[in-house]
Design a protein around this ligand. Structure first.
Ligand SMILES: Cc1ncc(COP(=O)(O)O)c(C=O)c1O
Length: 372
């Protein structure tokens, strides 16, 4: 079986974990937390990093840090993971959706402005599958309407928009270090910001909103979203070779692109002239000519020993959110289509060219068998 992902942990990860155990620093108080925060914030080019337990928590802490409260509206893509909507809903805020655009599957920035109302407080662009959102229009609309921009950068470690790193463009960004992410800590997340007040608020939220002047006295409702020193130790080791990991992802991306180009009916994200794509996952869309949905393709590839994952299902199609009264009668046709025609292929950092050839041949065989 070629797995859809496999982390690469053969640097200092084991050595630094042993250091945690030998020193007894296994909770969130250990020294690797601030080292990881510093290294990751410096890499992206912002002033502060606040490490948390996962990317979903990072989104929620980020929105809290931005001052989002009950009744506020947050504009986000329909095509994303539920974490984005959950972060809003947990704070009593309202997710407001825009559709994806067909080339990069990122939020269609031309649809944002018509969703702005007097209650809108933030825009949450989500850089999808390694490719940046077209950020200039997002920043321009945000400036004109005085909105916060919180980038969900979980899938774009090292990606760039017009030469600037994703995650440094809005006032805040949110990151995941889950095992399939380019930099991983197993489970983990971070909020980045250059605003000291927002960084303080995110750090307070992650730690139950303890008040610095009086412990066990709380004026706001926080969460325990702390990262452990063990996780941060892995993160520090991963940062030793962040550039190498990104380079490898881009190599995998260009090999796939080259080899898939000869298969008709397969569409993929094309790197825009203003983007540095990091190919977090190599994703494909099956076009109508193939007369096959992603689910069938995934089942057939599985039979041939190829691990895959489906695309996100649109937020507007999530029963858990519909039950709260959201998105009744709303349609997002591009999201609807790609959530049924899209899948991602094995993309782990350990993948070699021979395995990529196997994946591409398997895809070709499935398509040929289906067309008979
Ligand atoms: C775009 C995006 N945002 C948020 C998350 C949530 O991160 P986590 O799984 O660490 O909670 C993910 C997870 O994969 C993601 O892809």
């Amino acid at each position: 079986m070629i797995p859809v992902n496999q982390p690469l942990l053969n640097g200092r990860e084991k050595e630094l974990l042993i250091e945690c155990i030998d020193s007894g620093w296994i909770s969130s108080d250990g020294p690797f937390i601030s080292e990881f925060e510093r290294k990751f914030a410096d890499f992206i080019g912002v002033k502060h990093g606040v490490a948390v337990c996962n990317g979903t928590a990072a989104l929620e802490a980020g929105l809290f840090a931005a001052g989002i409260v009950e009744g506020d509206e947050i504009i986000m893509p329909a095509f994303t993971i539920i974490s984005c909507a959950l972060a809003a809903v947990r704070l009593g805020a309202i997710p407001v959706l825009v559709d994806a655009e067909p080339d990069t599957w990122n939020m269609d920035v031309t649809q944002i402005e018509k969703r702005v109302t007097p209650k809108t407080r933030a825009i949450m662009p989500v850089h999808i599958y390694g490719h940046p959102v077209d950020m200039d229009p997002v920043l321009e609309i945000a400036e004109r309407h005085n909105l916060i921009v919180i980038e969900d950068a979980a899938e774009v470690h090292g990606a760039e928009y017009k030469g600037r790193k994703c995650g440094s463009l809005g006032q805040l960004s949110s990151w995941s270090f889950y095992a399939n992410k380019i930099i991983t800590t197993g489970e983990g997340g971070m909020i980045l910001t250059s605003d000291s007040r927002m960084a303080e608020r995110a750090a307070s939220y992650r730690n139950l909103c303890f008040r610095p002047e009086r412990r066990f006295y709380h004026t706001e409702l926080g969460q325990n979203f702390r990262m452990t020193n063990l996780q941060a130790a892995i993160g520090v080791a991963q940062m030793d070779r962040v550039e190498e990991l990104i380079k490898r992802k881009r190599q995998i991306g260009s090999l796939y692109r080259e080899k898939l180009a000869r298969i008709p009916g397969i569409k993929f994200q094309i790197e825009k002239s203003w983007a540095k794509h990091v190919y977090w996952m190599y994703c494909i869309e099956l076009d109508e000519t193939l007369k096959m949905d992603a689910k069938t393709m995934m089942e057939e590839l599985y039979k041939k020993g190829i691990g895959t994952r489906p695309f996100f299902l649109g937020l507007h199609e999530q029963p858990a959110l519909q039950r709260l009264g959201y998105f009744a009668d709303e349609n997002y046709p591009v999201t609807y289509r790609i959530s049924r025609s899209g899948l991602y292929l094995p993309s782990g950092l350990t993948l070699n060219e021979e395995q990529i050839d196997q994946v591409v041949s398997a895809l070709q065989e499935v398509i040929e068998a289906n067309s008979k």
